[in-house]
Design a protein around this ligand. Structure first.
Ligand code: MTE
Ligand code: MO
Length: 456
């Protein structure tokens, strides 16, 4: 039912697009999608309605529904889809240990507890890195693994059956690059739409721990695509995971996959096989995943098995019914597909942490801030519920695609409850606001988070 309603909302948006209204998510000031994705999206939608775009794997049912609706009057977005199907009880969906001090398990996913990052480096060990699985971590063998690249956007125009293939050793022999980058779920911070803004949203109720940063190593996707024979006519590149097909509300949406505009695919995307100097762990994409720096985590497809390169626009549920902003704030009811992550900050403290230090000279607070839109240049901290602010000290050099660690000395804290807050400013000048407009699936919560503590 939820998905049905999403489809209606989307069709409404498509109709709107056809009437020539330019859909810009930046109207709400929250995100700045790249012009590439906006342009491609408009083209995808026009071509889809003309029957030219290929939406293979969108279920027949939802396609028929979309097609029917695209010729009728647009309808408003109503409610949101339910959460992912939970893992089968007793069968772990995540392979690595999930000690409760480090992780909070949420369905098939594991959120990093921010207090567990205190004292750790800028790159976080895999033992602490959050996991977002639509189904379950597959156990793959690098020796049998192949990356198959196919599609009419390659010189030889191979079909999926006779794709250009790379094995693990082929990939390891190509010129490698190292990339320090965070991966963050678009839904990170989602629970605060409800707890701070009183809004109902669907999806995993993350606090701020659906982010992690590591040092990735692998081959630029541009190198792989050029070796595979990408042509100037290619416009969309769609990586697909080898994990199980994803079933939501009784509908099989197929394998996890999401198109990338070719401009991003050829820019800074990494086909990664190492995390922090070791082979990728199973939960983080072994043997090979994409890292799409600064974009919503869903773009960084894990366990990648094939990549389609297309001269016509590609669609998947992950750029149509998920990972757009749905709601009244957007013309036609939906934003373009999400690209860059917004600015956020988190204290390395438990929720309702007890801080030992009432009456002492100072309590040192630490945290991390990040932005997908540019380097974080300034962080401010409030110890009085976001009323007055003071500068925190940055412990890392601001860098693109990376978080910065910071510290703040809270002078003479009074005993009792207090509300902490941190807000970052990135190089675009954007500072975290006090609140953000809602969207039904609760993506991109970039507002200041009020963090309760008690000083004892
Ligand atoms: N194949 C596949 N890739 C995937 C996913 C998935 O479920 N399957 N989840 C995506 C989402 S929504 C996020 S936020 C990131 C999470 O990466 P991590 O689990 O390594 O932290 O992986 C992305 N890549
Ligand atoms: Mo995600």
């Amino acid at each position: 039912m939820g998905l049905c309603i999403f489809s209606i909302g989307l069709a409404g948006k498509w109709l709107f697009s056809l009437t020539g209204v330019v859909v810009r998510a930046s109207v709400c000031g929250m995100i700045e999608p790249t012009s590439d994705e906006i342009a491609y999206d408009q083209e995808r939608l026009r071509q889809f309605v003309r029957g030219e775009a290929r939406a293979h794997g969108l279920s027949r049912r939802s396609l028929l529904r979309l097609l029917a609706l695209a010729t009728g009057p647009g309808a408003a977005v109503a409610a949101a889809a339910g959460p992912a199907r939970a893992g089968t009880p007793g069968i772990p969906t995540i392979v690595k240990p999930l000690p409760p001090e480090v992780f909070t398990v949420r369905g098939t996913n594991a959120e990093t507890n921010f207090e567990a990052l205190a004292g750790l480096g800028r790159a976080e060990p895999a033992s602490h890195f959050f996991v977002r699985n639509h189904t379950a971590t597959p156990r793959l063998d690098a020796a049998n693994w192949r990356l198959r690249v196919f599609g009419d956007g390659l010189r030889s125009k191979p079909s999926a059956a006779d794709a250009v293939t790379f094995d693990y050793h082929d990939l390891r022999r190509l010129p490698a690059r190292t990339l320090d980058a965070f991966v963050e779920c678009a839904g990170n911070g989602r629970s605060f739409y409800t707890t701070q803004q009183g809004q109902a949203v669907s999806g995993t109720a993350w606090r701020l721990g659906a982010i992690g940063q590591a040092r990735w190593r692998g081959v630029p996707l541009s190198t792989v695509l050029r070796r595979a024979g990408i042509t100037g006519g290619a416009i969309d590149v769609m990586p697909q995971g080898l994990d199980d097909e994803y079933v939501a509300n009784g509908e099989n949406l197929g394998r996890v996959r999401r198109p990338l505009p070719v401009a991003k695919a050829l820019d800074d995307v990494l086909v990664a096989y190492e995390m922090n100097g070791a082979p990728l762990p199973p939960d983080h994409g072994y043997p090979v995943r994409l890292i799409v720096p600064s974009w919503v985590g869903i773009a960084s497809i894990k366990w990648v098995g094939d990549i389609e390169v297309s001269t016509s626009p590609l669609l998947s549920p992950w750029n149509t019914q998920f990972y757009r902003l749905f709601g009244d704030t957007w013309p036609g009811g939906a934003s373009p597909p999400l690209t860059t992550q917004v600015t956020k900050s988190a204290f390395e403290l438990a929720w309702n942490a007890a801080l030992d230090g009432g009456g002492s000279r100072r309590v040192r607070l630490t945290g991390r801030s990040w932005s997908g839109q540019g380097r974080v240049t300034k962080v401010e901290v409030s110890t009085d519920g976001a009323t007055t602010w003071r500068r925190a000290r940055l412990l890392d050099a601001p860098a693109r695609n990376q978080w910065v660690r910071w510290e703040y000395d809270w002078r003479r804290p009074a005993s009792g409850p207090a509300i902490l807050a941190a807000r970052a400013t990135d190089e675009t000048g954007a500072t975290q606001p006090a609140s953000v407009p809602p969207n039904t699936q609760g993506y991109l919560f970039g507002a200041v988070v009020l963090h309760p503590v008690t000083v004892t």
